[in-house]
Write a protein that binds this ligand. Structure first.
Ligand SMILES: Nc1ncnc2c1ncn2[C@@H]1O[C@H](COP(=O)(O)OP(=O)(O)OP(=O)(O)O)[C@@H](O)[C@H]1O
Length: 257
C-alpha cells in the first residue's frame, strides 16, 4: 500500500462577522492509483476541502499529508516548490495562459522549477505524444477547441509527474460529449499512469466513473461509496444519496445511463 494523501480531522472555520464552519472533522486517505470523487450539496464544503488539500488555503485545525509530508508546515518558498512538484491541478476553465503557445503552457511547471531546457522539451514532447496533441504544440490557445484545451490542461498538470492530481469540476462547463471525452482522458491517466486523482463534481454520471465517492454534507464527511461491478447500479446509488442529501436540481444530473 502506498498512501498518497492522508487528511486528518480537518477543520476550516471562515472567520468574519458571522464565523462559518466550512469543514468539520474530515478524515480520509487515498492510496496510489485511486480515482475519487467528492460530492455534496452546494455550499457543503467541497471546494474548501480541495483548497485546503491543495494548500491554496490553510486549515483551522487538523492535518493534510501528501506523500507523508504536511505541506502546511512548509515555508512559503518550500511550499511553492512542493506544490509544483507534488500536485497537478485541472480546473473547470482550464486556466491556460492565452499569451503563450500550447507548448509553453505545458512546459510552464517545469520552467518554474528550473529543469534544464533539454529535459523540459523531452518531457513536453513525451506527454504531448501520449495525449495525442503533438500537432497542437506550436498553436496559440485560442486556436484550439475546448476538448483540446482540456487535454493541454491535463498535459500541463502531468508534465512534472505529480503525486496527486486535484480536479475542481473539470467537466462543469462541458456538454455530454466533451464530458465523456474528459472522463475518458482522466480514466486513462488513472489506469495507464497510475495517477491518483481527487475530483470535485456535481455530476452523478461523472462520479459513477470513479472508484469511490465521498459525500460531504454541512462540512462533514457524511458517507462514502465504492464502485461495484455495475456502473449503472453505482450511478443509481449516487443519485439516491444526492436526493437524500438534498441541495436542489443543479446537484443532480439528468439520467444519462
Ligand atoms: N472565503 C470565504 N469566507 C467565508 N465563507 C466562505 C468562504 N468561502 C466559502 N465560504 C462558505 O463556506 C461554505 C462552503 O463553501 P464551498 O465553496 O467549499 O462549498 P462547495 O461545496 O464547494 O459549494 P458549490 O458546490 O456551490 O461550489 C459555504 O457556506 C460558503 O458560503
Amino acid at each position: 500500500m502506498n498512501k498518497i494523501l492522508s487528511v486528518k480531522n480537518l477543520q476550516k472555520i471562515y472567520e468574519g462577522k458571522m464565523s462559518h464552519t466550512a469543514l468539520s472533522n474530515v478524515s480520509f486517505d487515498m492510496e496510489k492509483g485511486e480515482f475519487t470523487a467528492v460530492m455534496g450539496p452546494s455550499g457543503s464544503g467541497k471546494s474548501t476541502l480541495l483548497q485546503v488539500i491543495s494548500t491554496i488555503d490553510s486549515p483551522t485545525s487538523g492535518n493534510v499529508y501528501i506523500n507523508g509530508k504536511n505541506p502546511h508546515t512548509l515555508s512559503q518558498e518550500e511550499l511553492a516548490s512542493f506544490r509544483r512538484n507534488q500536485l497537478g491541478f485541472i480546473f473547470q476553465d482550464f486556466n491556460l495562459i492565452h499569451t503563450l503557445t500550447v507548448e509553453e503552457n505545458i512546459m510552464l511547471p517545469l520552467s518554474l522549477e528550473n529543469v534544464p531546457a533539454k529535459e523540459v522539451r523531452k518531457r513536453t514532447k513525451k506527454i504531448a505524444e501520449y495525449l495525442g496533441i503533438s500537432k497542437l504544440l506550436p498553436k496559440r490557445t485560442f486556436e484550439i477547441s475546448g476538448g483540446q484545451a482540456q487535454r493541454v490542461a491535463a498535459a500541463r498538470a502531468l508534465v512534472h509527474n505529480p503525486s496527486l492530481i486535484l480536479a475542481d469540476e473539470p467537466t462543469g462547463n462541458l456538454d455530454s460529449k466533451a464530458t465523456n471525452d474528459v472522463m475518458k482522458l482522466l480514466k486513462e491517466l488513472n489506469r495507464k499512469m497510475d495517477s491518483t486523482i481527487l475530483m470535485v463534481t456535481h455530476d452523478a454520471y461523472v462520479a459513477s466513473m470513479c472508484g469511490r465517492v465521498l459525500f460531504i454534507k454541512d462540512g462533514r464527511l457524511y458517507q462514502e461509496m465504492t464502485a461495484g461491478d455495475s456502473q449503472t447500479q453505482f450511478y443509481q446509488n449516487i443519485l439516491d444519496m444526492l436526493t437524500f442529501l438534498g441541495g436542489g436540481q443543479n446537484d443532480i444530473a439528468s439520467n444519462r445511463i
